[in-house]
Design a protein around this ligand. Structure first.
Ligand SMILES: *Cc1c(COP(=O)(O)O)cnc(C)c1O
Length: 222
């Protein structure tokens, strides 16, 4: 099926309150344009340099989401245009995003990445650390970022029960953190679910799914 048909099929299955991020990492601009011409306006990339190159070549009404792990020293390259950073997992990174956003007179929306997987390779904070961060004085001073939700990645496994439990953990963490409402924190988004598990994620409360290969086809890593 074409990218356009894949998108249409997936959109049909998404409830109205669920946002689709088209994960276009490794794919050429021509593929992204096919999705754009089919109406898609939110794209997710996991490398800052690749996202920046695509941003420069593509129409300017696109929302670019950084879904990968972010190194502090690279935030400056995307601060001008990024619309949501999914993988914020430390105060140090948040402070750097705030600093770079200030230079562009912007407020950058961020999600706190919570570690839900049972794998050492997945990044993220514990629910407790996230709670401490959101209630700290130093956090309240950051005026150029806004925490709008949480993000998580489930363990890479065929055990759907385990994946479901991890998604439920992210939902309950979201519920626990939600009462914290300040000028730079208002939780509304739960980013969880990819091609293989987004339907399960939605059943568990996801409001934002990050779907790549089901739209663009399998990725080729050289
Ligand atoms: C690559 C990636 C996805 C999309 O994965 P698919 O299985 O191709 O849908 C989602 N989230 C993150 C963080 C990714 O890096």
């Amino acid at each position: 099926m074409s990218i356009k048909d894949n998108l249409k099929q997936i959109k049909l299955t998404l409830p109205e309150n669920v946002t689709l991020v088209a994960v276009s990492k490794t794919k050429p601009v021509s593929d992204l344009m096919e999705a754009y011409n089919a109406g898609q306006r939110i794209f997710g990339e996991n490398k800052i340099q690749e996202m920046t190159e695509k941003y420069e070549q593509m129409p300017k009404d696109i929302e670019w989401h950084m879904i990968g792990h972010v190194q502090s020293n690279k935030v400056k390259y995307m601060a001008e245009f990024v619309s949501l950073i999914h993988g914020v997992d430390s105060f140090k990174l948040l402070k750097e995003i705030n600093k770079q956003a200030q230079k562009h007179d912007r407020v950058i929306d961020c999600l706190l990445q919570i570690k839900i997987a049972d794998e050492d390779s997945k990044f993220g904070m514990s629910a407790e650390d996230a709670s401490t961060l959101l209630q700290s004085d130093e956090f309240s001073e950051l005026q150029h970022i806004k925490i709008v939700g949480v993000m998580g990645m489930a363990t890479f496994t065929d055990d759907l029960k385990q994946v479901e439990n991890e998604f439920k953990l992210l939902k309950s963490t979201f519920n626990a953190l939600k009462p914290v409402q300040t000028t730079n924190c208002r939780l509304q988004t739960i980013s969880m679910g990819m091609s293989g598990d987004y339907q399960l994620a939605i059943e568990c409360g996801s409001t934002m799914v990050r779907v790549g290969s089901s739209i663009f086809g399998a990725r080729n890593y050289q």
